[in-house]
Design a protein around this ligand. Sequence first.
Ligand code: ADP
Length: 235
Amino acid sequence: MSPDYVLSVVDVTKTFGSFTALQGMSFHVKKGEILGLVGPNGSGKTTCMNVISGSYRADRGSLHFMGKNIQRTPASKLSHMGMNRTFQIPRPFKGLTVRENLQIAATFVRREAMGLEEIASFIGLEDSLDKESGMLNSTQQKLLDLGRALATGPTLLLVDELGAGMNPHELDITIERLQRLAKQGISMIVVEHLMSFVRQLTERVIVMNAGKEIFEGTLDDAVRNEEVVRVYLGG
Ligand code: ADP
């Protein structure tokens, strides 16, 4: 594996019974790169994220993170190693405050990470540290999810539908924040339906259909690709 690769996925297959959800997926993520993972509903994006993050085990193929084989590494261990994810539906501890949520995430870290105050201001929740997280609006809960991932000092962030439900202003700020993280060397895989979000964030996307990669390149080239257009139009 090239030393520039934070994550390397080679020929990964995942089946559920007789159904093949991922078929021979191969790609890599470089340091500080934001890679977009796009494709129609049911194409396998979430399954791919679940296999990478250790929630599912691949049936075949190899997965390396920071040069280490992670095929059998559970999600909790991956978090210690520097891989973390945000969820489509955020999962804060709702009875706890913003500060407590960030503190809990930070206790899992052995690496250098941003301080709690710095994270709170990075995600725009510096005035809500003592608020119960269940009282936050949906965008703030998503940002808290991002903050909790940051508190662990990640090398690779798996970002699942972070932009969904945000207004245009919130989207702009979120894009700018993620770009700042990438500049600090944090790599990301972004699964997102909002194409404007993907276009602004990524130089490279992988388009999936029926569990396979059908295109790799810029989003602008993807939308001109015949096969990509066909799967999006459902033909
Ligand atoms: P996407 O995220 O692109 O919408 P998914 O990865 O969620 O796609 O789903 C890909 C396919 O795998 C779908 O047909 C889905 O029904 C199937 N699938 C995902 N998870 C499971 C599971 N745990 N058991 C059975 N089938 C699953």
